[in-house]
Design a protein around this ligand. Structure first.
Ligand code: CTP
Ligand code: MG
Length: 235
């Protein structure tokens, strides 16, 4: 079954600081979004990429896609995003043509995901999992706290989940199309990843190994790391 990728790229990037929308910021001279599109289109299995652009930036994103070399076997669509990531993904799904039975959702903010990770996710969906997430063990111990009202105030620790059982999840997350569409129609809570909506439907979600280079560009230091990874790849 054909595989499509939806790339939510409509966020402002508040945590990265002032400037252009995060997905349009340059990494080694090329917009982050273009790196992300190339990373997904690098998979021979992905035949359509739907970019969910900042709502006032669809024309700019279309010109960027035209201006950069991208594989000819891949089709591209650009749709305007919404106020939340969830809404942006939904708009991407609404634009998905009927023939695509498998859909990947990939953050534009993870521009350096290796193609092997993309293919591992697709393979696990093909093997029958309705939802697949790339995941890595944590380096830091994680604590649950009672969040303080003001930023910076001390927060009481509530619990310490066993680190060995925790995973940090990345994208692309892969889905049976019908399952993801149903999740978006059913779940109304705010979520920070797509697979958690499938969990709320009571359906199984499985992990495959993630990759360090699939990290999310969130804060300024992440830009430094991303450019260092690109420099290392050129060696
Ligand atoms: N995203 C989106 N539409 C939104 C919000 C986020 O398409 N309304 C996308 C972002 O462009 C990004 C991905 O979702 O590719 C992951 O979100 P995140 O890393 O949080 O990016 P931003 O929301 O842009 O950053 P911040 O939360 O710091 O503002
Ligand atoms: Mg955000």
């Amino acid at each position: 079954t054909p595989v499509a990728a939806v790339i939510p790229a409509a966020g402002r990037g508040v945590r990265l600081g002032p400037g252009a929308p995060k997905a349009l910021r340059a990494l080694n001279g090329t917009p982050m979004l273009i790196h992300a599109v190339r990373a997904l289109a690098a998979s021979r299995r992905v035949s359509l990429v739907i970019v969910v652009a900042p709502s006032d930036g669809t024309e700019e994103v279309k010109s960027l896609l035209d201006a950069h070399a991208l594989p000819e076997r891949t089709d591209f669509l650009v749709v305007p995003g919404g106020d939340t990531r969830q809404e942006s993904v939904k708009r991407g799904l609404d634009a998905l043509p009927p023939e695509y039975g498998v859909v990947l959702v990939h953050d534009a903010a993870r521009p350096l995901v290796p193609v092997d990770t993309v293919d591992a996710v697709i393979e696990a969906v093909g093997a029958g999992a309705p939802a697949v997430v790339p995941a890595l063990p944590l380096a830091d111990t994680v604590k649950e706290v009672e969040p303080a009202a003001e930023a910076g105030a001390p927060e009481p620790v509530v619990a310490t989940p066993e680190r060995a059982r925790l995973r940090a999840v990345q994208t692309p997350q892969g889905f049976d199309r019908t399952t993801l569409v149903r999740a978006h129609e059913t779940v109304t809570d705010d979520v920070t990843d797509d697979a958690s909506m499938v969990e709320q439907l009571g359906l199984p979600v499985v992990t495959v190994p993630g990759h360090e280079e699939a990290f999310k560009v969130t804060r300024p230091l992440d830009l430094v790391l991303a450019e260092a990874v690109l420099a290392r790849r050129r060696l």
